[in-house]
Each structure stands twice: as C-alpha cells, then as structure tokens.
Design a binder for this molecule. Structure first.
Ligand code: FES
Length: 305
C-alpha cells in the first residue's frame, strides 16, 4: 500500500504497486492525459515528482531513451512507464483542458522532413494592375488566372501550398519520394503554366485590354511539412530555408528577364532531361554566397508516375 498525492487532483491509497503511475491515476478516476496510449511515444503523461523520488523505480530502457532525447530531468517521469515502491507526491504536467486538446492536435500536426521541389510564381507589376481596375474585376481576373495555374499544378501531381495575393506556392513530392520525378513534374507544371498564360492573356486583352507576364522560380531541397495555425483554421504547409530560396529565385526571374529559373540542386536532378537557356551566377536576397541558376526552355521528355 502506498499513499500517492497527485497534486491538484487527489490523494489516493493504492495497494497494487505492479501498476504504472498512469494506470493508478486512471484507476482512481484522474483524467491523466496519455495521447500515445501509454507507449512512451509522446510525453503527455509526464509528471514531476515533488517528494519521494527515492520511492520511484529507475527508468526502463524505453523511458530512458525518450528522456535522453528530450533532455528530461530525473524528477520528470513518464507516468505510463513509471512504477513506485512507496509514497510519492507528484503533479501532472499536461493538466488543463487546453493543454490536453493541444496535445491531441499536436499528434496530428507533427511535422516530417522531406526532400521536394518548391515552386513559386508571381505576376509582374500586379500592384499597378490592381490599381487600374475595380476590386471586383481584380478578384474575377485572379480567379480566372489561378484556375489555369492551379490546373497546371494539379495535372502534374503538385500540391498548392498557398496563394499570396497574385503569388502561388506549390510543392511537388508531398507524397512522392522520387526526387527526379518530383523535379520533372515541377518543371512540367511551370511549362504548362506559361502555356496556359496565353489563354488567360487572350481573355484579358479581349475584356480588359491588359496582359500578364509571370515569373516562376523552382528549388529542390529539404523542408518540414506540417499543419500550422489555430485549430479552427489549420494549414498544411512547408517550412524551411528551401522555401525561402525558391521564393528568392522567383524574384530573380524579373531581373534576368526570364520566365522560369531553377536552382543548381534542381538542375542536378534533371540535367539530362531539360533544355536550358542562360545560366546566371547571382546573389539571392538574404542569402550568403553566389547561387547558380538555370533558365528553363523545355523538357526533353516528360516523366510522370
Ligand atoms: S502516454 Fe505517451 S508517453 Fe506515456
């Protein structure tokens, strides 16, 4: 029999000391959060031992590994893995309703690292364009434009990460890990976007006496994919330096007077399969060093899976 003081919850007496602290808590009706089901794969059941550390049995191998990974102090234990031999005072660390809900959310939102192709596109001079036209017309035109650009992304197995005003960010390889295929798909989408722009421009000329020029930058690199935001408005997105580089490459298309530019890491993946134009050695805003960029004219053949 041992007396266990779950601070802020209850003081209980337990005679079955083969049970873990989590099992004891649940047995006595304490709503102890245990998102991974007591398998030492989260840390939501963790407790801080306030008194009686000498009555806590040593960590098992699985808890030890997680403790080292997360840098947990001796007084912080996973309740699902911890057994006791005498009285203790402890406190749950994931304790209020919001913490519990967030812990559940985080399980779904955990990021994963992935190598993929990131594409940015932008309409040149769009701010001036939008000032020349009525807001309703601008929205109508943007929707026509994004319909065509989005189709190019989807038809080439891409994922639209976000729209940013007149800009678009798309990912190729969210579910697909073959680097070459992802890069070819991204380039194929970019070429289709340029082609589809003719259609958009015919409509714009006819109805608004305008036309668009766009720039597209593509980079191949490592990102962390995950869901971000308020739980009522979550966005699945890519985060990482590779995203910033792709955006900076797109900015260079204007200075280089080209439509499509790709990075060196992208080019390395597909150099035998693309027709390139000029090559630039350039600095990218906010980045150290010189970057080699390649203008893309076309694909030698299209590979899709
Ligand atoms: S419940 Fe996940 S580690 Fe204990």
């Amino acid at each position: 029999m041992a007396r266990i003081n779950f601070q802020n919850d209850a003081v209980i007496e337990e005679d079955d000391l083969t049970l873990s602290l989590l099992e004891i808590a649940l047995k006595h009706g304490i709503p102890h959060i245990h998102i991974c089901g007591g398998n030492a794969r989260c840390s939501t059941c963790r407790v801080i031992i306030r008194q009686g550390l000498e009555n806590i049995l040593p960590r098992n191998e699985i808890e030890q590994k997680l403790a080292e990974k997360k840098g947990m102090e001796d007084s912080i234990r996973l309740a699902c893995q911890t057994r006791i031999k005498g009285p203790v005072t402890l406190r749950r660390l994931v304790i209020d309703d919001l913490d519990a809900d967030l812990a559940r959310d985080q399980q779904d939102r955990a990021g994963r690292e992935q190598l993929l192709a990131i594409l940015f596109s932008d309409i040149r001079g769009f701010t001036d364009f939008s000032e020349r036209h009525l807001p309703y017309d601008v929205i109508h035109i943007l929707n026509r434009y994004f319909q065509e650009m989005g189709t190019a992304v989807f038809e080439n197995y891409g994922y639209i990460d976000k729209y940013m005003g007149d800009g678009l960010m798309a990912l190729f390889g969210v579910d697909e890990c073959n680097a070459t295929t992802n890069c070819i798909n991204a380039i194929s989408a970019a070429l289709q976007m340029i082609q589809s722009l003719d259609k958009v421009n015919r409509y714009l000329k006819q109805n608004f006496e305008e036309s668009f020029e766009i720039g597209i930058g593509i980079h191949f690199g490592s990102v962390v994919l995950g869901s971000i935001g308020h739980r009522d408005k979550v966005q699945y997105t890519a985060i990482g330096d590779a995203v910033n580089i792709a955006s900076r490459i797109e900015e260079q298309t204007k200075h280089a007077n080209t439509s499509i530019l790709i990075s060196e890491s992208m080019y390395t993946q597909i150099k035998d399969q693309v027709r390139v134009g000029k090559t630039l050695d350039t600095k990218l805003k906010g980045k150290k060093g010189v970057f080699q960029l390649y203008e893309i004219h076309g694909l030698i053949y299209t590979l899709r899976t």
